[in-house]
Design a protein around this ligand. Structure first.
Ligand code: UDP
Length: 250
């Protein structure tokens, strides 16, 4: 590891609006159009290229990835599986995605650490807040797997909580839609996209940005959220530079 790397990184990140970000990726998006596997290699590749572009500019990156392409706790009961057991299965699913992402990022020459909310010492470090911050300062991409380690939570809540804990400047929620709309744009073609929203407006309008726990955590800690289209090339860089792309909730 080049010890000058973090210092060079700091310098380059001066042109970025956000220096430390928490990127939330959904597991479902990772499946892409693949019917035969849970992980589409093309999506994985594209995500890594986007992430590398901002890392090369010195942005400190923490990532939370969901598990919806493999298992969600909400599916458990219909399968005759206890709900809490299902939630743990969902958490393990996020670790599978996190490991795939870690491996792919490393193939792109990036330095990474995987930290998990459940002890899994052969494959992940345990989540220790100070250590996570140190990794970020050293320019390592930190992926948080296994959610917060508790059932009845989501990876959105994990994203908000970890973002607050590691003092990220913003939560970037990468989706397949380019922001928050007045109505579901996939169902209503005349739905209008918001460029910015206050937390209060989003709450009063009942807009579905993140689940309430995740949303409230961001609101109470004045942590802005940007919802943007992660599948559009160059969008992540735009967002980090503060250019308009997606919806900013602050
Ligand atoms: N999960 C949990 N606690 C956490 C994070 C996740 O119980 O702290 C479980 C929950 O069952 C959830 C599943 O993991 O359904 C997968 O995460 P999520 O649905 O948030 O993934 P995404 O929809 O973003 O792919």
């Amino acid at each position: 590891m080049n010890i000058l790397r973090p210092f060079l990184s700091l310098d380059r990140s001066q042109h970025m609006k956000y220096k430390r970000i928490l990127l939330k990726l959904s597991g479902e998006a990772l499946q892409g159009s693949s019917k035969s596997t849970n992980i589409d290699p093309k999506v994985l590749e594209q995500y890594c290229e986007e992430i590398k572009a901002i890392r090369d500019l010195g942005v400190e990156i923490a990532i939370v990835i969901g598990g919806g392409n493999i298992f969600r706790g909400g599916q458990a009961e219909a399968l005759g599986i206890d709900r809490v057991q299902g939630d743990y299965m969902g958490m393990l699913a996020t670790v599978i995605n996190a490991m795939a992402l870690q491996s792919s990022l490393e193939r792109h020459g990036l330095y990474t650490r995987l930290m998990a909310g459940i002890k899994m010492e052969q494959v992940c470090e345990p989540f220790i807040r100070r250590r996570a911050i140190r990794h970020l300062e050293k320019g390592r991409i930190v992926i948080f797997g296994a959610g917060i380690g508790n059932p009845y939570f989501t990876t959105d809540s994990t994203a908000s909580l970890r973002a607050v804990e590691v003092q990220a400047d913003v939560v970037l929620k990468g989706t397949r839609v380019d922001g928050v709309y007045t109505q579901d744009p996939e169902k209503y073609p005349d739905a209008v996209r918001y460029a910015t929203l206050s937390f209060q407006e989003a709450y009063e309008k009942g807009l579905n940005i993140m689940d309430m726990t995740a949303f409230t955590l961001c609101k109470e800690n004045k942590l802005p959220i940007i919802v943007f289209d992660m599948n559009k090339k160059g969008n992540l860089l735009k967002v980090v530079q503060g250019e308009p792309a997606g919806t900013l909730i602050s």
